[in-house]
Design a protein around this ligand. Structure first.
Ligand SMILES: [Fe+2]
Length: 201
């Protein structure tokens, strides 16, 4: 059962602690992550994992976004959301230095097509982890709520896809929706935490 008393900052602190120390991982995981019941400290994959499904790029991608993992200064609107996870290969091994490029609509369903508001990329760390601090995007037109992502492993194939939110009433009516691309989304005391692990080649 998700413990709503955990907030995003607490979860991030533990996430980075796990990154910094394998020993800490074994100590903290049973307490924090088991209590949360959802944010497993290891990638959610196994041997011979299927590659993450591709999705449409859509019409609103702007090339050459800035290196930016915290989008919170981009807007004063919207519920805070932390998007985090691993990038791994088919053998479930972490992919270090993969580019994870995120862009999405704001809380009114609008994209910034002039600049780089709610757009940015980062590289996965030594454990294949990425973390974005952003907001909960709004649906627009006929689209259900989604994030756009490009994941580019060093020397590997570029993955362009979209991530979806569970339980959205618009999901079944959006022909681009793919249930294989649903994130694990949970309420925290101070916003939402979303988790998605990418499998790339
Ligand atoms: Fe979109």
């Amino acid at each position: 059962m998700w413990n709503k008393s955990l907030n995003r900052r607490t979860m991030l602190t533990f996430w980075f602690t796990l990154t910094a120390s394998g020993a800490a991982s074994s100590l903290l995981a049973p307490n924090v992550f088991a209590r949360s019941g959802t944010l497993d400290p290891t990638p959610s994959c196994g041997p011979d994992e299927e590659l993450t499904r591709r999705g449409s790029e859509g019409p609103y991608y702007t090339p050459e976004p800035p290196m930016k993992s915290n989008f919170r200064a981009d807007t004063s609107d919207g519920e805070p959301m932390t998007l985090m996870g691993f990038v791994v290969d088919r053998a479930c091994q972490p992919v270090v230095g993969a580019v994870v490029d995120l862009w999405h609509a704001d809380s009114h369903g609008d994209y910034d097509n002039e600049g780089y508001r709610l757009r940015g990329y980062q590289r996965t760390d030594a454990n294949g982890r990425y973390v974005f601090e952003t907001i909960d995007p709004a649906p627009y037109d006929w689209r259900t709520k989604h994030f756009h992502v490009k994941v580019h492993p060093p020397g590997g194939r570029l993955l362009t896809t979209q991530l979806y939110f569970p339980g959205e009433s618009r999901n079944p009516r959006d022909f681009l929706f793919n249930p294989r691309l649903l994130m694990d989304v949970h309420d925290a005391a101070d916003g939402k935490i979303a988790r998605f692990d990418f499998v790339v080649a």
